[in-house]
Design a protein around this ligand. Sequence first.
Ligand code: UT7
Length: 323
Amino acid sequence: MAVKIIGTGSALPKKVVSNEEMAGLVETSDQWIRERTGIGSRHISTGETVVSLAVEACEKALAHGDRKASEVQLILVATCTPEKGIPCAACQVQGLLGAAEAVAFDLNAACAGFLFALHTAHAYIEAGIYDNALVVGSEVLSKVVDWTDRGTCVLFGDGAGAVLLERSGQPGILGFVQHSDGTKGGVLQCDGRKLENPFVSLPVGNPFLSMDGREVFAFALRQVPACIWEALSQAKLSPEDVDLYVLHQANRRIIEGIAGRMNLEAARFPMNLERTGNMSSASIPVLLDELVREGRLQEGMTLVLSGFGAGLTYGACVLKWQR
Ligand code: UT7
């Protein structure tokens, strides 16, 4: 499957909120948050939007890949927290970037959103429909977090990450899987607008994020190793063949638990959640961009990306790093 990532970029809001500051808002402590999640601080928007963060991440990915916005053919924005219902965030990003030739649309698969968007862009390129794509994960979760609920508000952060994908002569994506289980949607949800028109007015739901954390925790430990195995077997590789596992940054204990279940040392699972918290669809591309900029990705390395979250949705992708 001949697609490669030729550029990466990310953007985080300026304001950093520490665990100590969170303890001023709800009954919690730095010790509890660090021990149970691994999170130390998170970036929270004081004006940055899903669109402005996505544009900044895309501009950096274009500069990194040495391409102009006018050359981009497809823009996919994965987000579950768009500012507007209409138009979609991707069209706003397209307009602001000046990517006049690009087709643009959003995709919502919550924390697995970036991965699903990557697979979608890959399928378009593989099918010969487009030659390149900007794939973005961008979230301002602080809009939908219940800031009085200590069980969720300490977990999330805002940010965006982008990759520029291009057709390549060599195999890039070696295997991928994606799954959904709509029967478990209630464990992590946030209601939209209520139905109100001249004929009916239904009661308003909960417009804030609510979660059964233990259920999500157990689901991640059960399904993520299984879907990574599935993607690896497609690629005819074993877990030891993988240099780095770039997983959704929900909780350090989840990531270490997955490493343990796969009999792998935690050092193969880089993490940035200590500084970012859980940024849903932005977690994987932001971490990927940081690894690139820290010089930790070398040509020919094998990576696994894996995301999981509301839906429930989950998936994994095995790729050979080549630029
Ligand atoms: O992107 C995917 C989205 N979500 C996730 O991946 C989340 C997955 N789940 C988790 O990460 C964990 O389940 C949490 C971090 C959310 C919670 O950790 P836990 O170890 O499962 O704690 P718990 O829910 O079992 O709660 C243990 C105790 C409770 O008190 P009691 O009932 O034992 O007295 C909670 O009320 O911890 C309490 N608690 C807190 N205490 C201090 C819950 N949140 C906090 C808090 N500070 N922020």
